[in-house]
Ligand binder design. Structure first.
Ligand code: ARG
Length: 298
């Protein structure tokens, strides 16, 4: 399938993309060794420029509550644990892009992490996928970097991805991803270093609805988003800094979101979504929230 950059072509490309069901299972990585050890994104330091301090017990409790919230709405949660020395391992959105291929079989493209500190996370995920019968595709090193579903955001219901281009995923990545997965890919350039992964500034809720941070995109990107969604909900500055776009709607109905984004919660409730507010504050110290802490399994 092709990469679609022309906004006029997007509505039909999405309509024609092969159908995919809702998400029923996730892979979450336990935060056993979670820490902020070096700042690889702007959220990992405080106002004085010091590394944020993580309360790991609190992080584990928040992670358990998130996993339980998914189970409560009927989603299966698979768990993986990593070794010491990989402080960002728990952000399981990033090491891979799992999907169902054109023959309807489970498959995965492994990531090529932008930062050295995260590179060896990928092999642990690779082992999990191989043990669970996935067809595994390596990402070609010369196209580096690619950070999985940090930048590949599924367009719900369809075999299509919105593809972030920025500090974590190269522009060259997307032709490869489109070819390997057989999915439609619509590229979006990220323009603000605080919104360093697409999942910090775009949240697809349903096939027609999404949350987004308008200031995080360039003009062609905004045009593509307008073409792709009938109901595109802009976030206010306060909620975008509270990681409201890093929410997750697995089933067209429930939205799991960091608590405290009142305007966004109101906008979601008005549209009939059931909002599940959670506390991911320890993970926000590392630049992530709900969406980053899971991988949708096909
Ligand atoms: N500290 C991690 C990093 O910078 C956070 C990753 C959050 N993941 C995400 N999909 N936004 O890589």
């Amino acid at each position: 399938m092709p990469v679609i950059a022309n906004a006029d072509d997007i509505p039909n490309a999405l309509l024609d993309a092969p159908g995919r069901g809702p998400c029923t299972a996730l892979l979450m990585a336990r935060p056993t060794h979670f820490q902020v050890e070096s700042a690889i994104n702007p959220w990992m330091k405080d106002a004085q420029g010091r590394l944020n301090l993580v309360d790991r017990d609190r992080a584990i409790a928040q992670w358990n509550a998130l996993a339980q919230a998914y189970r409560d709405i009927g989603i299966t949660v698979h768990e993986i644990d990593g070794p010491p020395g990989l402080p960002d391992f728990c952000f399981s959105a990033n090491q891979s892009l799992a999907y169902r291929d054109t023959d309807d079989q489970p498959a995965v493209v492994l990531s090529s992490m932008a930062n050295a500190s995260r590179k060896s996370e990928v092999a642990h995920f690779e082992r999990w996928y191989r043990d669970h019968g996935y067809a595994v595709h390596q990402f070609p090193e010369e196209l580096w970097p690619f950070e999985g579903t940090g930048d590949a955001i599924r367009h719900h219901g369809q075999h299509a991805f919105w593809g972030g281009i920025g500090p974590r995923t190269s522009i060259e990545a997307w032709n490869f991803v489109a070819r390997a997965t057989g999915a439609v890919v619509i590229p979006l350039r990220l323009t603000d270093e605080r919104f360093y992964h697409l999942d910090t500034c775009l949240c697809v809720l349903t096939t027609r609805t999404a949350l987004y941070v308008p200031s995080a995109f360039d003009a062609p990107g905004l045009e593509r988003l307008q073409a792709g969604f009938e109901d595109l909900i802009p976030l206010c500055t306060e909620d975008s800094r509270n990681f409201a776009c890093n929410a997750h709607c697995p089933d067209d109905k429930h939205v799991l979101i960091q608590r405290g984004s009142d305007a966004t919660v109101k906008a979601l409730t008005r549209r009939g979504f059931e909002v599940v507010e959670l506390d991911t504050s320890e993970f926000m110290k590392s630049g992530g929230s709900v969406f980053c802490l899971k991988q949708e399994l096909p």
